[in-house]
Ligand binder design. Structure first.
Ligand code: ASP
Length: 262
């Protein structure tokens, strides 16, 4: 299913859980996204493994609007993210400091949404009533970048997060910037493990018992670059792609995966 077909398929419904990717349904979508599995790859600094991808996707941008709401300590998170973005030549403002959050989304040049607890992140964005504005700005071409929870947020729903529902958002519907789900920090089962909890693959199979949306299990270090209709796997790790009723498929960077996730 192409992204435009996805938009057309998800017309407004009464279900609160249905994605609201509707503001721009039927119009050409100029999306430019960078969806990062994890902000920190073991042995490297915060976002370091994504620096060159961030530079590329944010070309022409001077200031980025940071969404720190997945973590409790917004000020501390801003300081950490700002140091990384300044190192690669971008200013960073934070949504938590905005007097008028809706206005700062309208005026943003680009977004970076940080990781943490996905339920808390989504709940905060519902409270600020900025989700429709974010969708609209992305459809107009504003770059959206996110790591981990920030990548979950770009999906139709947050049903494939690894997080605990520590708060209860009004809906599980995310931004719906892509037509597939992401499972960040994707983990392969450890051979010989005695752990009896569900593997990640089992959890995703359970998701497909109830839902028919492809899931990209993004291993740490993997990055998705989305440009218009194209979805490219980049970064330093691969992805395992799950579709309802089919065997999972492996992808290694660099690969075009839109045919697998559409
Ligand atoms: N807690 C993760 C993060 O943002 C999100 C996830 O694993 O679903 O780092």
């Amino acid at each position: 299913m192409s992204f435009l077909h996805f938009l057309i398929r998800f017309q407004p419904t009464d279900s609160a859980d249905e994605p609201e990717s509707l503001l721009y349904a039927g119009r050409a979508v100029a999306r430019r996204l960078l969806l990062i599995s994890t902000s920190t790859v073991f042995g490297t600094r915060y976002l370091e493994h994504a620096f060159s991808e961030l530079r590329e996707v944010l070309e022409g941008v001077r200031r980025v609007l940071f969404i720190p709401h997945a973590l409790k300590d917004h000020a501390g998170y801003l300081a950490k993210a700002r140091a990384a973005f300044e190192e690669i030549g971008f200013g960073l403002e934070s949504l938590h400091e905005a007097k008028d959050p809706r206005r700062s989304v309208v005026e943003a040049e680009a977004i970076f949404c940080g990781g943490g607890n996905t339920f808390r992140l989504l709940n905060s964005l519902y409270t600020m009533d900025v989700l429709p504005l974010l969708r609209k700005r992305v459809a107009e071409g504003m770059p959206y970048t996110g790591a981990s929870a920030g990548s979950n947020l770009a999906c139709p729903t947050i049903r494939t997060t690894n997080d605990m529902p520590i708060v209860e958002p009004p809906s599980l519907a995310g931004l719906g910037l892509v037509s597939f789900q992401i499972n960040p920090h994707y983990l392969d089962p450890l051979p010989g493990s005695t752990h009896m909890g569900e593997t990640r693959e089992t959890r995703i199979r359970e998701f497909h018992e109830e839902n028919d949306v492809p899931v990209v299990g993004l291993r740490e270090g993997a990055i998705l670059r989305v440009e218009g209709e194209s979805v490219e796997l980049r970064g330093r790790a691969g992805a395992r792609i799950f579709r309802r009723g089919a065997e999972p498929v492996e992808a290694t960077p660099v690969a075009s995966i839109e045919a697998l996730v559409g």
